[in-house]
Design a protein around this ligand. Structure first.
Ligand code: SF4
Length: 350
């Protein structure tokens, strides 16, 4: 069961309160380079990104917001580090959400100015707490950066905004230590109903980052915790979105798109299964229907797996069977297997 959180809106997108879990990514272009930033966001949208964050480091970045928003279709979040004036510029230029850390903004009058304008514009604020922004008083109290100091720092930040009458809040608590990440979010979610954005910070490149994020984010999602997610990778952000979709589908939290079930190959494999699966993945990448496709190397497990899938292929000595819901439709040469499968899928859509 998913944990019930208060609902907020980023543009038209509902977050929390039972809304579907949203996938977020972050651009790595120079924000004020509108052409490049828009190009990247459109690619991310196509991959399935629901909301996009970009750094606002200068006034020029903030002035680019309306030009970017004009050409994209998903809500935008401005990532502000220390300068409250940039948060104000971002709000004045129509940003849909702010990501700030009140502790980094400094004096309370500056935070108040940002909160006042965000409230007037109904723009939510995401408070981000990570290992680098834990409050010193909690580091002292809990003897370092750990589950408690992360959690209580986040609760303090929420209180700062709520004391100003601002409740339109999302929170993220991130640690590059996966266990700390999981426990700090569990603890926070038991104490506060703010929607949570999940991520494992500095997760690393594809290999390491995918596993760390699958464990760190996946464990929490499995507990029913989390309203938006970002899989951070030192790679093309499109891969973050693709991985996030797979994670949500794996946990039954999103149905859209194709799940390919394929065997690990063994001495019984009678076709070039690895290349077939990779090609199938590419050709089905844009398919929106919730399809399960089993691609197996031999007839031992092929028919069985195909019964559980919408479509299936199983190799059989340089040829292969095409299945639909466990029924054999035809047998074709190995080099025609993928075309035959795609033809069948396309025909069934008509
Ligand atoms: S499905 Fe066949 S080829 Fe694939 S691992 Fe199992 S026995 Fe081997």
């Amino acid at each position: 069961m998913r944990r019930k959180t208060r609902q907020i809106f980023l543009g038209d997108l509902a977050i929390g309160g039972g809304a579907p879990i949203s996938i977020q990514s972050m651009t790595n272009t120079d924000t004020k380079n509108v052409e490049k930033t828009v190009e990247q966001i459109l690619k991310l949208e196509e991959a399935g990104c629901d909301l996009i964050r970009f750094a606002v480091n200068t006034k020029e970045d903030a002035l680019a917001i309306p030009k970017i928003k004009d050409k994209i279709h998903i809500p935008t979040i401005a990532d502000i580090q220390f300068n409250h004036q940039l948060a104000l510029y971002a709000l004045e230029n129509g940003i849909d959400g702010l990501r700030i850390n009140p502790g980094n903004i400094g004096e309370s009058w500056k935070v108040k100015e940002v909160v006042k304008l965000a409230k007037a514009q109904s723009v939510p604020i995401r408070i981000g707490v990570n290992s680098g922004s834990v409050h010193q008083k909690y580091i002292d109290k809990f003897h370092g950066v750990n589950v408690d100091s992360l959690c209580y720092s986040a609760l303090d930040e929420v209180k700062v905004l709520e004391d100003m009458g601002f409740y339109n809040i999302k929170v993220s608590i991130k640690s590059s230590d996966v266990s700390v990440n999981i426990e700090a979010n569990r603890k926070f979610s038991a104490l506060c109903d703010c929607p949570l954005h999940l991520g494992v910070t500095e997760a690393g490149n594809m290999d390491q980052g995918l596993i760390k994020s699958a464990v760190g984010i996946g464990s929490l999602l499995h507990d029913g915790i989390g309203d938006t997610i970002r899989i951070s990778l030192t790679d093309d952000p499109v891969k973050e979105v693709e991985a996030a979709k797979i994670l949500l589908r794996t946990l039954g939290l999103r149905r859209e798109g194709v799940e390919i079930v394929s065997c690990p190959t063994c001495a019984r494999t009678t076709i070039d299964l690895i290349s077939l699966v990779n090609k199938a993945k590419d050709r089905l990448a844009k398919e929106k229907r919730p399809l399960k496709i089993a691609i197996m190397g031999c007839p031992v497990n092929g028919p069985g797996e195909s019964r559980e899938a919408d479509y299936g292929i199983s190799g059989a000595g340089g040829k292969g069977y095409i299945f639909k819901k466990g029924e054999i439709l035809k047998i074709v040469e190995e080099d025609q297997l993928l075309d035959a499968l795609m033809e069948q899928i396309d025909r069934d859509e008509e």
